[in-house]
Design a protein around this ligand. Structure first.
Ligand SMILES: Cc1cc2nc3c(=O)[nH]c(=O)nc-3n(C[C@H](O)[C@H](O)[C@H](O)COP(=O)(O)OP(=O)(O)OC[C@H]3O[C@@H](n4cnc5c(N)ncnc54)[C@H](O)[C@@H]3O)c2cc1C
Length: 505
């Protein structure tokens, strides 16, 4: 066991996104000395780019029923119960944290659970649309003024007001254990040097997802490739560090994501432009077809930025290959004029402004165009090598014809809501290549209701906790707003329990 340490603290928090920040604040309030280490040059993780919808429950029992249904039998009852109760207390907790800045906390009307399960009506969302006197961090270009940035502002102010130190540009590399297997610290890297940090009470892992780790994606996701809109620092470090000390993993296969765009200009993928909650009256100008030209899904499901990737993952042994990776988004001239098909995030260093009428992207060759559907099939074959020359003009024409009949009838065989349908009739016709795309991952170390990390044989690994999307609650079906909520619930629970661990001498 290590004898010499460079730094000592009571609770070490690894990762300074929302979950890590909240856990640090609560551990400090529980009486612990707290230190945060963060890999990036700034705090915020992917939380800072979030839309800021935070899921809350009006009634814990109804929330329990709904969460049980969306867990699909994959989750223990006590964890569901704890999460449901914490979600019922979330709004009050967030208001308390926000008080530091006089942050405005607002309920978002009309947002129930996305799926028709018992308890659907208990859900509502809150946002923090405004922090008085705050107009974004100067290091972060945040064109859309997404509310996630306000959550990070509130979190950072809570952290700083308690005198909690955060070491930025300091990735944790591995955990340190004692002879009993308890986690007693971590090795981090600062300016090219390794530092050993002792944690006398606990380590809380809050390192977010693995969407930028190609190896993990290849091992745990069915479809290849998946592109990501998450920060480049999200390489699953917390997963690997937890595995090394014996953690079991869960929910590695489940993503919050949809179909989106990968351009040669950026390592970050771009999401399509329809927002998170389905509005059955909002027009969506496109349909999506596979490599050969057939439609295969409702392009506008109940949560349009979630689940859209799920039908894309199928492998066809007869092909052989993935017939839906990549797929093609089709629209006509009216669709082109209806607005941008993508909404890139304002990622530091990777900002991109998609043109309002998609013309810039047509010029760049990211979108192909043709005067007829048959011509579009040919353009796809020629422009996109990933199509492997498979786009079939006859099949594509039949798909478009069938679609136009469905629009006319207001009835789609994939259950696309009639109010969202637009015909494809007005030349020229357009196609863009779309890929399964990750907004964020849900997998990570298994935890119990106390947020303690669990080993491969079902036992807690002493003094190790995990929070946020690192081993999220969601492992079957995601409920929108749930990830940000979980940062508050899991951060609160882990912070309290970590601060209550007996202090090592
Ligand atoms: C564009 C977008 C919109 C979203 N909108 C919503 C929404 O409206 N509602 C909702 O509920 N969810 C939303 N989500 C999901 C939600 O934002 C995330 O699941 C949540 O913010 C994750 O928080 P976290 O604290 O667990 O991780 P993060 O905020 O990502 O923080 C993890 C931190 O750990 C750091 N880290 C990684 N490895 C190391 C290491 N080795 N050492 C030290 N630090 C490390 C990272 O750099 C990062 O700062 C959205 C996600 C995206 C990308």
């Amino acid at each position: 066991m290590r004898q010499a340490w460079d730094i000592e603290t009571d609770v070490l928090v690894v990762g300074y996104g929302l979950a890590g920040g909240v856990a640090a604040v609560i551990a400090r309030d529980g009486g612990a000395d707290v230190l945060i280490v963060e890999k990036n040059q700034y705090p915020g993780g992917c939380s800072i780019f979030a839309g800021g919808q935070i899921l809350c429950a009006a009634d814990a029992e109804a929330a329990f029923q709904y969460l049980t249904a969306i867990s699909g039998g994959r989750m223990e009852t006590d964890i569901i119960r704890t999460f449901a109760e914490a979600l019922a207390g979330n709004e009050a907790f967030i208001r308390e944290l926000g008080a530091i800045d006089g942050a405005e906390v607002r309920r978002v009307p009309g947002q129930q659970g996305s799926y028709p399960y018992p308890g659907q009506e208990t859900w509502y969302s809150i946002r923090v649309p405004r922090v008085p006197g705050f107009d974004g961090f100067d290091w972060l270009l945040c064109r859309n003024k997404l509310a996630g940035v306000n959550l990070i502002k509130v979190t950072v102010d809570n952290v700083e007001s308690r005198g909690i130190k955060a070491m930025l540009s300091t990735p944790a590399r591995r955990l340190e254990t004692d002879d009993s297997g308890a986690v007693v610290g971590a090795i981090v890297e600062k300016d090219g040097q390794e530092l050993a940090i002792r944690a006398r009470q606990a380590v809380i892992l809050a390192t977010g997802g693995f969407e930028q780790n190609d190896w993990l994606k290849k091992q745990y996701l069915q479809g290849i490739p998946f592109y990501s809109m998450g920060p480049l620092t999200h390489t699953g470090d917390g997963i690997l560090m937890a595995q090394k000390v014996g953690a079991a993993l869960w929910h590695m296969w489940l993503l919050h994501g949809s179909y989106g765009f990968k351009t040669p200009d950026s390592p970050i993928a771009y999401r399509h432009s329809i927002p998170g909650y389905r509005n059955p009256k909002r027009k969506m100008p496109w349909v999506v077809v596979d490599k050969l030209g057939s439609r295969y899904m409702d392009e506008y499901p109940p949560a349009p930025q979630d689940t859209g990737y799920r039908p894309m993952e199928i492998f066809d042994p007869d092909l052989p290959g993935y017939p839906r990776i990549p797929s093609y988004m089709l629209f006509d001239e009216k669709g082109r004029e209806a607005g941008p098909i993508a909404r890139p995030m304002a990622f530091p260093g990777y900002e991109y402004e998609w043109s309002e009428d998609n013309s810039q992207e047509i010029e760049k060759g990211w979108i192909v165009k043709a005067d007829s559907v048959a011509g579009l099939a040919e353009a796809i074959r020629e422009r996109f090598p990933e199509n492997e020359g498979r786009m079939d003009a006859e099949r594509l024409a039949a798909t478009v014809a069938e679609w136009n009949v469905s629009v006319e009838a207001g009835k789609d065989r994939f259950n696309r809501p009639p109010g969202t349908m637009m015909p494809l009739v007005q030349p020229p016709f357009y196609a863009a290549q779309v890929w399964p795309m990750i907004t964020n991952t849900q997998g990570g170390p298994v935890h119990n209701a106390r947020q303690q990390v669990i080993d491969a044989f079902g036992q807690p690994i002493p003094r190790l906790y995990a929070v946020g999307e690192l081993g999220s609650f969601f492992g079957h079906l995601y409920q929108l707003g749930g990830n940000l909520s979980e940062c508050f619930t899991s951060g609160r629970i882990a912070g309290q329990n970590a601060a209550a661990e007996p202090r090592l001498p």
